[in-house]
Write a protein of this length. Structure first.
Length: 152
């Protein structure tokens, strides 16, 4: 019962729109060509593909900053955080290593709510039960890209 109440409060908190005047979502840049997916794993459907150096608005990341919920133009979805750079203290740094220090929010993912808000017009929306109850792929390893000063 206690866990149900916690989940209900989390779902309610995630559905409340941000207050007027609240700070904008932090932006990040794609480090390479990336797939934006309908959920935080590499087996979810691809929503769109973004080129390298594309600026996205980061809505938040899962704990440990492995996958991030982003807005890219008119598309919304999840990008593997290892493919995102964040501008921090005058240089571009990998978001997984600096997300917490940069104040990127930690968010959850509830497929039914997320897909209802963003993907009702997509062909795979009708298959949401398949995605909600899938076993899922093994997690991606954290990838640390060398910084420019390390390449010299």
């Amino acid at each position: 019962m206690k866990s149900f109440a916690t989940l209900a409060l989390l779902a309610l908190a995630m559905s409340v729109p941000p207050a007027a005047g609240q700070a904008q979502a932090p932006s990040a840049t794609t480090a390479q060509r990336v797939n934006v997916r309908a959920g935080p794993a590499r087996d979810y459907p691809v929503v769109t593909v973004l080129p390298a150096a594309y600026v996205v608005a980061v809505q938040g990341c899962l704990p440990e900053y492995i996958w991030c919920d982003v807005v890219a133009g008119s598309s919304r979805g999840w990008v593997y955080a290892g493919n995102l750079d964040y501008f921090h203290q005058g240089r571009h740094v990998p978001l997984p290593e600096y997300g917490s220090a940069a104040g990127v929010a930690v968010v959850g993912f509830i497929l039914e709510d997320y897909w209802r808000q963003h993907y009702q017009d997509r062909p795979w929306y009708s298959e949401r039960d398949r995605w909600a109850f899938r076993a899922g792929p093994p997690p991606l390893p954290r990838v640390r890209r060398p910084q420019p000063q390390e390449l010299r």
